[in-house]
Write a protein that binds this ligand. Structure first.
Ligand SMILES: [Zn+2]
Length: 65
């Protein structure tokens, strides 16, 4: 799964992965400004929470119809 979290410094979503299959403890940096975005594990958690919110919003919208 492609994880995309916007960089807090420059707002871009492109990330620099240290290897093609990162492990949860790898530090992910911003591709554009080298800002440390945190570990791959923490980014995956953020992305999962974000997807969950999107799906809950979708479910609410579906109920209204
Ligand atoms: Zn950045």
């Amino acid at each position: 799964m492609q994880v995309e979290v916007p960089c807090p410094k420059c707002g871009k979503t492109r990330m620099n992965f240290p290897r093609p299959q990162p492990v949860d403890s790898d530090i992910i940096t911003c591709y554009h400004c080298d800002f440390e975005l945190g570990t791959y594990g923490s980014i995956k958690r953020k992305m999962a929470l974000f997807m969950e919110r999107l799906m809950q919003a979708d479910a609410k919208a579906a109920k209204k119809q």
